[in-house]
Design a protein around this ligand. Structure first.
Ligand SMILES: O=C(O)C1=C[C@@H](OP(=O)(O)O)[C@@H](O)[C@H](O)C1
Ligand SMILES: C=C(OP(=O)(O)O)C(=O)O
Length: 442
C-alpha cells in the first residue's frame, strides 16, 4: 500500500563548471501523466499497471491520497504501480485531511474529482501550495453546483462537501491552464449532461487523451474539450514517457557547455510541452528528435543535443503555454546567449511553486546578469556569469535551473533550499554528476 512520504528538509548545493556533458540516459517519468494514470486507474473497473511512474513526492502524494480513499495500490518495483480500480463510484470517505504536499496538479485535479463524490473531503498542502490561487478552480466548480470553501476565500485548505448534484457547464477559461481545464472535466464525469471547456491558448491535453484511453468518450481538439457524465472507465496498462520538463535542464545545459553531446531516451515530445525546443532552435540550438513513436499522450522520441552558441530572441507569446514549466531553464539559456531576450505574456509564472519571474531575476542578478522584471515577463541581457549565492525559494525548477547556470559561471554557485527537487526529479543530482555537471552538497 502507498504511504505518505516524509517532508523534505532544507538543503543546499554547491555547483560549478564541470566538464563537457556527455551520456545516453533516460530522465524519470512524466509528472502530469503519472498523476493522471493513478487517478484514472483508481476510478477504473479492473487492475491497471503503470510503468515509468514518477517516484517523485508530488505523484506519490496523489497515490497516497487514493490509497486513503480505499484504492489498493501496489509498488512491485520502483517506478511501477499496480492499481486495483474501485470503479467510478467506488471511492471511500478518507478518515482525515488529504495532503497534496507541494503539488498544484494534485490539488486542482482532485478538487474537481472530489466535488462529485458522495462524501466530504479536505485538501491541504505544504507552505508553498497553501499560497497558490485556487479560485480559478473553485469558481467554475461552484457554477456546476459544487460546495467548495476556503477560509481566506481562495487559498488552500479546500473544504469540499460531497453529495451535491452537479450539472454540466460550458466554461470559457480565462486562464490557459491544464489544471483548471482538468478540474472542470473531472467534475464533469459526475455531472448531469455535458461539460465543455474552452481555453485562451491550448494547453496539454493529457486529461482528455487519458480519459479516452481508459474508455470515457471525450470530444477534444486544441483549445477545447467536452464530455458527458454517466460512463465508466476500463482498466488499462500505461507506459509513462520521460518528463520533457526534467529533460529540459539537460537540454539547456548541453546547449550551453562547449563540447557537450547528450542523448536523452524516450521523452514525451507532444507539441503542448515542447515550446522550449522551438525557442532554443530559434536561438541557434542543435537539437534533434530521433525515433519518434506514439505514446498514450502524444509523440515520444529520443532527444539528441549538441553544444551550439545561442543568441537572444523575443519569445513569441504563442509559445508560453507550451513551455510553462521550462522558463527557469529558458532564462538561464537567455542569460548565456549573445544579445537580449524578451519574455512577455508569462504572468502565470508568478503563481507557481514560487514567483518564478522574481526568483530567476533575483538569482541571475546575483550572478552578475543584467536582467529586469516586468509584470508578465522579463528582459535578459546575455553575458558572462560569475559565482554567487542564490535562493531557490524551495522551488524545484529554480534549483535545477541554477545548477545549469553554474556550468557556465566563473565561480562557485551556492544554491539554497534544494530538497524540493525530489517533488519532480528524484535522482537529478546523480544523473547530473554522471553527465559531467560540477555539483555537490553544501
Ligand atoms: O496539468 C498539469 O499536469 C500541469 C499543468 C501546468 O500548470 P497550470 O495548469 O497551472 O498551467 C504545469 O505548470 C504543471 O506543472 C502541470
Ligand atoms: C508548476 C508545477 O507543478 P504543480 O503546479 O503541479 O505544483 C511544476 O512542476 O513546475
Amino acid at each position: 500500500m502507498e504511504g505518505t512520504s516524509a517532508p523534505s528538509a532544507r538543503e543546499a548545493w554547491v555547483a560549478s563548471q564541470g566538464r563537457a556533458l556527455s551520456g545516453d540516459f533516460a530522465v524519470p517519468g512524466d509528472k502530469s501523466i503519472s498523476h493522471r494514470a493513478v487517478m484514472f486507474a483508481a476510478l477504473a473497473d479492473g487492475s491497471s499497471r503503470i510503468d515509468g511512474f514518477l517516484e517523485g513526492e508530488d505523484t506519490r502524494a496523489t497515490a497516497a491520497i487514493f490509497a486513503r480513499m480505499g484504492v489498493d495500490i501496489e509498488a512491485p518495483s520502483p517506478s511501477c504501480r499496480i492499481v486495483r480500480g474501485v470503479g467510478i463510484d467506488g471511492l471511500r470517505a478518507p478518515d482525515g485531511e488529504l495532503d497534496c504536499g507541494n503539488s498544484g496538479t494534485a490539488m486542482r485535479l482532485l478538487a474537481g474529482l472530489l466535488a462529485g463524490q458522495a462524501f466530504d473531503s479536505v485538501l491541504v498542502g505544504d507552505a508553498s501550495l497553501s499560497r497558490r490561487p485556487m479560485l480559478r478552480v473553485m469558481a467554475p466548480l461552484r457554477r456546476m453546483g459544487a460546495s467548495i470553501t476556503s477560509e481566506d476565500g481562495e487559498r488552500p485548505p479546500l473544504r469540499i462537501a460531497g453529495g451535491r448534484r452537479l450539472d454540466g457547464i460550458g466554461f470559457d477559461s480565462p486562464v490557459a491552464s491544464a489544471q483548471v481545464k482538468s478540474a472542470v472535466l473531472l467534475a464533469g464525469l459526475y455531472a448531469q449532461g455535458e461539460t465543455g471547456v474552452r481555453e485562451p491558448h491550448p494547453t496539454r491535453d493529457y486529461t482528455e487523451r487519458m480519459l479516452a484511453a481508459f474508455g470515457w468518450p471525450v470530444d477534444h481538439a486544441p483549445g477545447r474539450a467536452r464530455l458527458s457524465g454517466g460512463h465508466r472507465l476500463s482498466a488499462r496498462d500505461i507506459e509513462v514517457p520521460g518528463d520533457f520538463s526534467s529533460a529540459a535542464f539537460f537540454i539547456v545545459a548541453a546547449c550551453l557547455v562547449p563540447g557537450s553531446e547528450l542523448l536523452l531516451r524516450s521523452v514525451g515530445v507532444d507539441p503542448r510541452r515542447t515550446g522550449l525546443l522551438q525557442a532554443l532552435r530559434a536561438m541557434g540550438a542543435d537539437i534533434r528528435e530521433l525515433d519518434r513513436r506514439n505514446g498514450v499522450c502524444g509523440a515520444v522520441a529520443d532527444i539528441a543535443v549538441r553544444h551550439a552558441p545561442l543568441r537572444g530572441i523575443d519569445l513569441p507569446e504563442a509559445l508560453v503555454a507550451d513551455m510553462i514549466d521550462e522558463f527557469p531553464a529558458f532564462a538561464v539559456a537567455a542569460a548565456c546567449a549573445s544579445g537580449t531576450t524578451r519574455v512577455t505574456g508569462a504572468g502565470e509564472l508568478r503563481v507557481k511553486e514560487s514567483d518564478r519571474i522574481s526568483a530567476m531575476a533575483t538569482g541571475l542578478d546575483a550572478l552578475g546578469v543584467r536582467v529586469s522584471e516586468t509584470a508578465d515577463g522579463m528582459v535578459i541581457e546575455g553575458g558572462p556569469l560569475r559565482g554567487g549565492r542564490v535562493d531557490s525559494l524551495g522551488d524545484h525548477r529554480i534549483a535545477m535551473a541554477f545548477a545549469v547556470a553554474a556550468q557556465r559561471a566563473g565561480g562557485e554557485v551556492v544554491i539554497d533550499d534544494v530538497a524540493n527537487v525530489a517533488t519532480s526529479f528524484p535522482g537529478f543530482e546523480a544523473l547530473a554528476l554522471d553527465a559531467g555537471f560540477g555539483l555537490g552538497s553544501g
